[in-house]
Ligand binder design. Sequence first.
Ligand SMILES: [Fe+2]
Length: 388
Amino acid sequence: MWWFTSPRIAFGEDALEQLNTVEGKRVLIVTDQILRKLGLVDLIVTELKKEPRSIEIFDRVEPEPSFQNVEKAAAFARSFQPDLIVALGGGSCIDAAKAAWVLYERPDLAVDAVSPLTKLDLRKKARLVAIPTTAGTGSDATWVAMLTDKAQNMKLDYFASREMVPDFSILDPRFVMKLPKEATAYTGMDAIVQGIEAYVNQWGNDFSDGIALRSIQIMFEYLPKAFDNPDDALARQKTQNGATMSGLAFGNSQVGLIHAMGHALGAIFHMPHGLAVSISCAYAIQFSSREAAPRYSDIAHAIGIREESPQKATETLIESIRSLMVHLRIPLCLRDAGISQTVFDQNLDTLVDQTGRSTCTFVDPRVPDVEQIRNLFICMYEGKTVEF
Ligand SMILES: [Fe+2]
């Protein structure tokens, strides 16, 4: 038996107007200071004020939010007692809002006590609306909050529960039109990687498969357009849809080795998530396709690649991903991302350890051993082909 979970999703021009179909008299907006300065919070406040409501704003979400950061947001919520929480931002803000919501509803739980096995009984106090401002993480459609344990310098992926899927996701293109080029590239590549991993991992299923393939098609077609011409409203809207679809796909299956390695890189080198998974992508596919070439071949087929064998199709898929990364000005290996040999060598053991312990690693189509993970990172550092 398996589940498919999804928020209600409003998408397209003026989707924000649907915010007023959600009940709630005391609204807490969870966001960061940059988005507030950009005026995106004002758009939401203006919409909310069409109804009589009391509104408070927590604008102190940090990039890659820590336990301490979400506890602060939860304390803010406890003092205000909202009946509606609106998460505005990229993955960091939405994940922080999810975690703060859980800790607000369940003040008896410590932040490190929440896992998919915990019965949370949410929605006794508030409901959650997510309004993404990036076209990438898909966090508005998933049931996990990626938090950073600063003490261990490690990202944790177990703050998760099916109950944490937001009630409502609003994809209004106005919120992504001003997304800077670099963030467009990184977050868009994250969506592509999520689609790929959702499709190939061991938990893939009929429902996630269809959405994953379509999200990959959309992102391959429209991400370069959104990058080349940031004012292209159709490309912005399409990448926004593709990103949330990638979240729905992996939220209803899983990710895999690319994300496991990407999370370790993000925690240790403080690399943006989209950059970290982009760099990991080709190497992990070279490794995992030995067990799952027909699945990668399906993905290649979906983006128009025609080859005589699944192996050849996978190679061409990897070349297409690398060409797209060059187009988006994303480095192809860790050395080109500016990490020195000394720093890499000093951190290699920790990268291997964190990847080996990640739950994402165990659902990959080919589960690597410790030595294979080490060699994968070495290939990824030097830009060498993975031949084992
Ligand atoms: Fe991701």
